[in-house]
Design a protein around this ligand. Structure first.
Ligand SMILES: Cc1cc2nc3c(=O)[nH]c(=O)nc-3n(C[C@H](O)[C@H](O)[C@H](O)COP(=O)(O)O)c2cc1C
Length: 363
């Protein structure tokens, strides 16, 4: 059955599929623009765009993060023939957060999706931009309580979310929980979180709910539409496309990996403090676990300079930025680190975005 469209503020997305933002460099303008062209919401990741765009335009110095976000969004919109394009901006990337927000607005972004922390300040950051009224603001939450906190705070700034992404524990990248016990608690399964967040959203008006984490097939999409979601966000399926930024070795690893190879990294975990899905025999991760490498955080994205994770000596964290940059060919001196959703082992072919969208649409 044909999937419905999805409207978020001023943007009508032909098919209710949001391609999840994937950092670092996995969902760039090429992936996002192609998804937009195929009728989904294409989403650029803002993570490390200063280095990614600099490499693309042949500059030795990082591009200013505001300019970098504007360039990436402009290029995605161009490739997508003006169809709606979003940006995913992680709260945890504190030092570039507002630059990424404003730069994406300069570049013509339609939807800003923000998680990896509560995006409480987002409405205040956008409010003086000339495009503030046009741009949709979409938080990512993993509980009804988080949505309540966000709505209370945003209301004081005169806005409410234009849609909400509810992300469960099967999602690629970071998940919201800090312990494996919480992540695997049945009450936190996506199908349960969705019910809780839909209930909370009803208290605030008619906010479209977008389910994310472990959604893999056309039938999975319908399962969430039938319980009241307006759309879905999918990452892992789009990671395994020709248009994603993943290196050839990353894509090969995705095809080879088995269910038991995909784990939630706790110790050594992400410097953001949340659990992080990895393929466990990625070279970078194996070295970190064997304590063959110190947590060498020298990129400065995740925490403020004072709190950078290298100050946590020992074995608590991975320096995920270095490994992730290597996995998109931007850090040749480093080994690769692979993140993926819990369903990643089901990938048996790398598809084009068009093939994938046709499969998901059921056409
Ligand atoms: C490789 C990969 C990288 C991701 N990176 C980010 C990110 O930088 N920021 C973010 O908010 N979500 C990130 N995500 C989560 C996706 O946006 C999406 O919500 C999630 O992948 C949905 O689950 P699925 O992978 O099972 O489809 C990432 C997911 C994957 C697979």
């Amino acid at each position: 059955m044909q999937l419905p469209s999805l409207t978020i503020r001023n943007s009508k997305i032909e098919t209710c599929i949001v391609q999840g933002g994937m950092g670092i460099g996995l969902s760039g303008f090429r992936l996002a623009g192609t998804v937009a062209l195929e009728g989904g919401l294409g989403v650029v990741s803002s993570a490390a765009l200063d280095r990614i765009v600099a490499a693309r335009v042949g500059s030795k110095r990082p591009t200013h993060p505001r300019e970098a976000a504007a360039i990436e969004i402009t290029d995605a919109k161009k490739l997508g023939h003006g169809h709606p394009v979003g940006i995913n901006i992680m709260v945890a990337v504190v030092r570039q957060y507002s630059h990424s927000v404003l730069g994406s607005m300069d570049g013509g972004v339609d939807v800003i999706i923000s998680g990896a922390g509560l995006p409480l300040a987002l409405p205040d950051i956008v409010k003086d931009h000339i495009r503030a009224d046009e741009v949709a603001l979409v938080p990512i939450v993993s509980s009804g309580r988080a949505l309540d906190l966000i709505c209370r705070r945003w209301k004081r700034s005169g806005r409410l979310p234009d849609a909400v992404v509810v992300e469960g524990p099967m999602a690629g990248g970071h998940v919201a929980w800090r312990t494996l016990k919480d992540a695997y608690d049945p009450k936190n399964r996506l199908e349960n979180l969705v019910v809780e967040v839909i209930e909370e959203a009803k208290r605030w008006g008619n906010i479209p709910i977008i389910a994310a984490g472990g959604i893999y097939t056309h039938d999975d999409i319908w399962k969430y539409l039938e319980v009241g979601c307006a759309g879905v966000q999918m990452g892992t399926r789009f990671l395994a496309t020709h248009e994603s930024g993943a290196s050839e070795t990353y894509k090969k690893k995705i095809l080879e990996c088995k269910k038991e190879d995909i784990i939630l990294a706790e110790k050594n975990g992400s410097p953001c403090g949340m659990l992080f899905h990895v393929i466990k025999d990625a070279p970078f991760y194996e070295e970190a676990v064997a304590q063959l490498r110190p947590p060498n955080c020298n990129k400065g994205y995740v925490l403020s300079r004072d709190l950078k994770c290298s100050s946590k000596t020992g074995t608590e964290t991975l320096c995920i930025c270095n490994g992730l940059l290597a996995s998109v060919g931007l850090n040749p001196a480093e080994k690769e680190l692979y993140t993926i959703g819990a369903n990643g082992y089901r990938v048996d072919r790398i598809l084009s975005v068009k093939e994938l969208m046709d499969e998901l649409k059921g056409t």
